[in-house]
Design a protein around this ligand. Structure first.
Ligand code: KG4
Ligand code: ZN
Length: 340
């Protein structure tokens, strides 16, 4: 039997300082996440400078805890995987510098990982039987992509957002209706008490590209609705606005993902990224996939939002392909999907 491959993975692209030990790509031995959410909540969003400082404070203890919980010593690790983009440059730099220092000192290979490849890989951890190719809808705070996962780390982009990412729209609308940060989970919760057909918000079509998304028009429509109701002296129902907005987002995500799966002939569809934990999105996708006889995959909520286990999984497949990073690996805040 082949030797087990152990990856120590580090993730610090936004507001979670995370480290994980992953065995043979899909077995998570530890998954430590130190979240800064409480810290940023008072500012209504992530403050990049605070995020970087907090990562520096936390990263060593998070890594030590990940190794301890996995009961693995640094000597036993085969490679160090780290997110090097996209994300906040200062936040990414903390993880990249740390990974380089550990890899250099412990004489281990270094593997730079694309954050979005990590999000997609969370599905491999959750579903041991899942293998490419399949269609994947990646919906996070910074990204909205519809892709074909052709092989491990190989993507064909079918569509992307033209303006706001899906998660960004959730966060902005949540702020507008007074739910605060982080908006996604709060809208998800409030919407459960509301009527999703109460307000008819627009579903944007992007003329020349059937699989591109646009959420800024929807966001403006919500803001206009709130202002109009206020002007008329009417009280707005937060649950109804949340449910109707969420329904419009879910509609445009589901329609395009299902259409792509059908057009390209895939029977497997996966969701990835923070918004993939949205309960209405999961339910909507579930219903449509059943109708179309498509197998749906999504990670558990803890693997949807930022974590290092997904980075460890992606790093493993890069390791198997022989991909290694050099000592000049740098943070790339706007790294494109499919670039290395
Ligand atoms: O993937 P992620 O943790 O970070 C990025 O790479 O961006 O995604 C964070 C985003 C935030 O915009 C957050 O509001 C959204 O995911 N999110 C949700 C839910 N949980 C997190 N959006 C809708 N419903 C949720 N339950
Ligand atoms: Zn993310």
């Amino acid at each position: 039997m082949d030797k087990d491959i152990l990856i120590l993975a580090i993730e610090s692209s936004c507001d979670e300082t995370a480290a994980s030990v992953v065995k043979n790509g899909r077995q998570v031995l530890s998954n430590v996440i130190s979240s800064q959410i409480a810290l940023h909540t008072i500012y209504g969003g992530v403050v990049p400078e605070i995020a970087s400082r907090k990562h520096i404070e936390k990263i060593n203890q998070v890594i030590e805890q990940a190794l301890a919980e996995a009961k693995v010593s640094l000597e036993e690790i085969d490679a160090i995987g780290v997110t090097y983009g996209p994300g906040l440059v200062g936040a990414l730099l903390v993880g990249v510098a740390e990974a380089k220092a550990i890899a250099y000192a412990a004489k281990k290979p270094l593997i730079g990982v694309h954050h979005i490849e990590g999000h997609v890989s969370a599905n491999f951890i959750q579903h041991p039987e899942l293998e490419p190719p399949f269609i994947c809808l990646i919906v996070s705070g910074g990204h909205t992509h519809l892709v074909v996962v052709k092989d491990y780390g190989e993507f064909e982009i079918l569509g992307r957002t033209r303006d706001d990412a899906a998660g960004e729209a959730f966060d902005k609308v949540a702020r507008a209706i007074g739910l605060g940060y982080p908006g996604g989970p709060k809208i998800d919760k409030a919407a459960k008490e509301g009527n999703r057909h109460a307000i008819e918000f627009p579903r944007a079509k992007v003329g020349d590209s059937p699989y591109d998304f646009s959420f800024s028009g929807l966001k403006s429509a919500v803001l206009n609705y709130i202002n109009h109701e206020k002007m008329m002296g009417n009280e707005i129902s937060v649950p109804d606005v949340a449910a109707s907005f969420q329904n419009a987002v879910v509609d445009s995500l589901v329609t395009r993902a299902i259409a792509a799966a059908k057009e390209y002939g895939y029977k497997k569809l996966a969701l990835a990224g923070g918004v993939a934990s949205n309960t209405a999105l999961r339910a909507g996708m579930d219903e449509s996939c059943k109708k179309e006889n498509i197998q749906l995959y999504y990670p558990s909520p803890i693997l949807c939002t930022d974590n290092a286990a997904m980075i460890g999984c992606a790093a493993y497949y890069e390791y198997q392909k022989g991909n290694r990073s050099c000592w000049d690996l740098n943070a790339v805040p706007n790294l494109k999907l499919g670039e290395r």
